[in-house]
Write a new protein. Structure first.
Length: 299
């Protein structure tokens, strides 16, 4: 699925009319260099390697506090040891395998999907692939795009923070990004009497929009390679409609100071900008879900 998502993003980059040809090549180069870690570190499948990882850790029965202190010291010691020894990057994971989330690490130019998120309802190998692309596929596209949002674009393909964008390309990027900031800042939070902070949530809003678009295109490519799938039995919806309905099952949540927009607007804001959604559901032009002015960046 990562392969299909990268292929979709590559096509989007090639179609972006605000990028000059030199910048397109650089952006694609960074995309192709982006690594991925899926599931868990592979060394834990090797009993000998796993034992070696913890051979200097001594745990005592009946002393919880001391064991916690020992574990913390061991973790600090492992980090300090990296200063004087070669580091096996395949063993270096930003998060634990059971975490139910996904991440992009700009300093290593990689995306991480721990086993905690690779389960129902986000992913199931027995599901129709349109459900997998509408769930974990969108998350994959979201995390890939973090490498090119208002924060991730500051890092080059090697994970170095450097100014690899010209002033002209930076100005064009900001113009595109401002559209999202203004769009989401118009969404009200009635319960607290405020609006969404479109600048605070900008990076994830860009990635939400791109993730849906990329996963949609990725699934179309998957169908070309593997053939069409039947819709879910007993439902009066096409495969295409089910794809977007699945995305829309965001649910309700508390309003917080999270870097993401509230779930309702993570759904509505993205779908308002998505021309594929409008086409599938025949939304009239200038209706609430199909405005003529749509924000687009990497999407």
């Amino acid at each position: 699925m990562v392969k299909y998502l990268k292929s979709a993003f590559r096509k989007i980059i090639q179609e972006e009319d605000w990028l000059d040809e030199a910048k397109k090549k650089e952006v694609i180069d960074k995309l192709e260099s982006m690594g991925n870690k899926i599931g868990y570190p592979k060394y834990i499948e090797d009993p000998a390697a796993l034992a070696a990882e913890y051979e200097e850790l001594v745990i005592m029965d009946g002393n919880f506090l001391q064991n916690m202190l020992t574990l913390k010291k061991h973790e600090v010691w492992k980090e300090l040891r990296k200063l004087t020894r070669p580091v096996d990057k395949a063993k270096e994971w930003l998060i634990q395998p059971l975490v139910v989330n996904a991440f992009h690490n700009p300093t290593t130019n990689e995306i991480i999907f721990p086993m905690g998120i690779l389960r129902h309802p986000m992913f199931n190998p027995d599901y129709p692939m349109y459900l997998n692309f509408a769930n974990i596929g969108i998350v994959i596209g979201h995390e890939i795009t973090h490498g090119f949002d208002n924060h991730g674009r500051r890092y080059d393909k090697s994970g170095n923070m450097t100014n690899w964008w010209s002033e002209e390309m930076t100005a064009r990027f900001r113009e595109k990004a401002t559209c999202f900031a203004e769009q989401y800042s118009d969404f009200p939070l009635e319960m607290v009497g405020k609006n969404v902070d479109g600048n605070e949530t900008l990076g994830d809003n860009i990635c939400d929009n791109a993730g849906l678009r990329h996963s949609w295109l990725a699934y179309q490519e998957w169908v070309r390679d593997h053939g069409p799938e039947p819709p879910l039995p007993g439902l009066p919806y096409s495969v295409e409609e089910i794809f977007f309905i699945t995305y829309g099952q965001e649910g309700y949540e508390q309003y917080t100071r999270d870097m993401h927009s509230p779930g309702r607007y993570r759904t509505l804001g993205v779908l308002q900008n998505n021309r594929d959604f409008a086409k599938v559901f025949n939304c009239p032009l200038e209706s609430p879900m199909n405005p003529s002015h749509k924000c687009r960046l990497w999407s």
